[in-house]
Design a protein around this ligand. Structure first.
Ligand code: NOJ
Ligand code: CA
Length: 681
């Protein structure tokens, strides 16, 4: 054998040493690419430790990152693992949503199952199931073990390029998901919720991290270890264990969306595609629609939830609201504060809520009958103030009552500090749970399943984050899980103008939000520094840019009656769509959306800017070719400004077709809302 030059021998030595870069192991990685070939997921075992990495074209998206688990009383699943076998598959199928942002969803992906097994026992280990779509990847663990697992840590890492920029809200704080989004260098993130949105350095690709199909497991948040290394952290349970799992268990999908443009993150259906199909069968009883309610008055302090002189949920107020709904085509009337339990400090559970007993000035039977007579339904309300056991004991009776009265939707609430949800053992010992821990995740699912038995849909406030389970349970119709409009009544500070486009590229990636748009009196309180920091046109745009199959017209009827011209848009705009396309924008700057009405020909457009005025040009190529439309435009008027002149609005009509482009001036904090009414051929 010829003698090797010294330099080459040294190089071979370095490569063979455990401290050398992992070139050898990575070379033997199993790989799977997206259908268009641009995204590649690699997975390998590095000296027994499972690793993965993700690239798009030649860009490193996720650098080599660890995988595995640590348990309370069994050996960790993070080393002594070989990549035993791999299996690939591909899939291209379209499915129909009962309601949604688009009717037909295409699920096109390639799959790799990488089976990691213990070096000394091939019966133990996990399969990593990886699905790669053109818009990103999802992977989950399918663990096989010998005994129950008490997970203390899932050690999944997402090691992103360090000099990226991030858009995020803090995690693990008392206010659950209700924080203002911030844009910072990735290095300044400490603990963040998902969806977590990132842009790679040098105007690189956009990335969003989240999870899909969160069932019987804890929700995660991201914890920055150092230099772009994000560790998944599972919310702990009251006993200190993050997840109690069986000998065999499957985790939710960990998702990494990748897009060239920020809007590409929104236009992806990864989260829904990674959820299981509808298990409820015929869900024609799940009804999208618009609602009004006895609600805003409580937030601006002119009415109360509890009994007394300004009690909101009275027979008289409710009848008036039913009349207003019927006259203006709303299908629902929400009434909060109808049931016993609101007197005293309900935030701190001074009283216990009843879900079947009404205050004496609220005749639920007669009011439900009156609503039915007028062709609308009451929308139910179950505030739990975080007492899970009290709700679990009563929800069946509460849903049965509602169902008997023709009520098809219930808004639930979990007002309690994060970590302060309470459940009681049989002997009365309280246990405190996180809003996004395993117990809460299972609680929310049992509410949805129980409600489904009574043909009721659930709109949860202070919920666990959305992970697309509406595909499996289409009665999980909407939820909160971010700062909604209520912060503009009492929030310090209220939501700034950039909040809308922040939500669009972060929270909204997870699914519908009950934001409660449409406030027309933008400075509703004299006793507070809070106000709505948008123009009137921006409030209209919210119906198109922030998707929910149920949308509230949140303001008081008198404020709509005062502006019938702008109110017409709220009367017209649908909440269920044939197609939706995010067209332009970036988080904290701008969002422009076009959506086509489901079961109709009309299109709608919404645009919302931050505190900066912008002139945008929107090509109308989404419209049907060869057809003319009447564009009914609601845009910021001359000198409109959220702060100094928020009501200036111009409403005009114009005939357009798909070859046109519309130039729209957006004021500071402004927006535009357009109905494209299809004209006869
Ligand atoms: C918080 C909810 O977000 C809000 O809409 C509701 O009015 C209150 N809780 C009372 O349930
Ligand atoms: Ca809330």
């Amino acid at each position: 054998m010829p003698r090797q030059p010294l330099v080459l021998s040294l190089l071979l030595l370095v490569l063979a040493s455990p401290f050398a870069p992992c070139a050898f192991a990575q070379d033997q990685a199993a790989r799977i690419t997206s259908p268009d070939g641009r995204i590649e997921f690699r997975v390998w075992s590095e000296d027994g430790a499972p690793r993965y990495a993700v690239t798009q074209d030649d860009t490193m998206i996720v650098r080599a990152s660890r995988l595995g688990f640590r348990f309370a009383d069994s050996a960790p699943l993070e080393d002594d693992l070989t990549l035993a076998t791999t299996q690939t598959d591909s899939h291209d199928e379209s499915w129909e949503q009962p309601w949604g942002e688009r009717r037909i969803v295409r699920d096109h992906h390639n799959e790799l199952v990488a089976s990691f097994r213990r070096e000394n026992n091939p019966e133990l280990g996990f399969d990593l199931r990886i699905r790669v779509f053109d818009s990103g990847v999802g992977f989950r663990y399918e663990v096989i073990g010998e005994a129950q697992h008490a997970i203390v840590d899932e050690i999944t890492r997402i090691n992103l390029p360090e000099h990226s920029t991030a858009w995020w809200i803090p995690a693990a704080g008392w206010n659950r998901y209700e924080y203002l989004y911030q844009e910072t260098p990735l290095s300044e993130v400490d603990r963040a919720h998902s969806p977590f949105t990132v842009r790679l350095p040098e105007e690189g690709p956009w990335v969003a991290i989240h999870e899909a199909a969160l069932h019987d497991y804890s929700g995660f948040y991201l914890d920055q270890a150092r230099g772009g290394i994000l560790d998944i952290k599972l919310a702990p349970g009251s006993d200190g264990i993050a997840v109690h799992a069986g000998a065999e268990f499957t985790t939710p999908w960990r998702t990494i969306q990748i897009a060239d443009e920020a809007v590409g993150l929104i236009n992806s259906d990864i989260i829904l595609n990674l959820n299981e199909p509808n298990v409820l069968g015929d869900v024609s009883w799940v009804e999208p629609g618009k609602y009004v309610g006895i609600w805003w008055g409580m937030h601006i302090n002119t009415q109360s939830w509890g009994s007394g002189p300004i009690h909101g949920a009275t027979n008289e107020n409710t009848r008036e609201m039913i009349d207003f709904a019927a006259e203006n085509g709303f299908s629902g009337v929400l009434v909060e504060g109808w049931n016993l339990g609101w007197d005293g400090d309900w935030f701190n559970r001074e009283e216990t809520f009843s879900f079947t007993e009404a205050y004496p000035d609220f005749d639920i039977e007669a009011l439900a009958a009156y609503a039915r007579e007028r062709g609308v339904r009451l929308v139910g309300h179950h505030e739990t103030s975080g007492d899970l056991t009290n709700y679990e004991n009563q929800m069946d009776a509460g849903f049965a009552l509602y169902n008997r009265l023709g009520i098809a939707q219930v808004k639930t609430g979990y007002v309690a500090d994060q970590g302060d949800l309470v459940r009681y053992d049989e002997d009365g010992t309280p246990r405190y749970e996180w809003h996004y821990g395993q117990y809460a995740v299972n609680h929310h699912l049992s509410v949805i399943q129980n409600a489904a038995r009574h043909q009721i849909s659930i709109n949860a406030h202070e919920p666990v984050k959305d992970t697309g389970i509406r595909r499996t349970y289409p009665n999980a119709i909407s939820r909160e899980g971010a700062r909604g409009q209520e912060y503009n009544a009492w929030g310090q500070p209220p939501n700034p103008p950039e909040h809308t486009s922040m939500l669009a590229f972060t929270r909204m990636l997870s699914g519908p939000m009950d934001f409660t748009p449409g406030i027309f009196d933008l400075i509703p309180r004299e006793d507070s520094a809070s106000r709505v920091e948008t123009t009137l046109a921006h409030q209209l745009a919210l119906y198109v840019v922030l998707y929910s199959p149920i949308q509230m017209a949140a303001d008081l009827p008198e404020n709509y009656r005062a502006r019938p011209d702008a109110f017409q848009f709220i009367r017209d705009v649908p909440t269920d769509w044939e197609e939706s396309i995010a067209l332009q924008g970036a988080p904290g700057e701008l969002i422009v959306f076009a959506r086509q009405e489901r079961g109709g020909q009309d299109w709608y457009l919404g645009a919302a800017t931050d505190e900066e005025a912008r002139q945008i040009s929107v090509p109308l190529d989404f419209l049907e070719a060869g057809r003319s439309y009447e564009a009914q435009i609601y845009r910021d008027g001359e000198n409109a400004d959220w702060e100094s002149n928020p009501y200036a609005i111009t409403i005009e009509r114009q005939q357009v077709s798909h070859t046109d482009a519309l130039d729209l001036p957006l004021a500071p904090g402004g927006g535009a809302a357009i109905r494209f009414r299809a004209l006869e051929d």
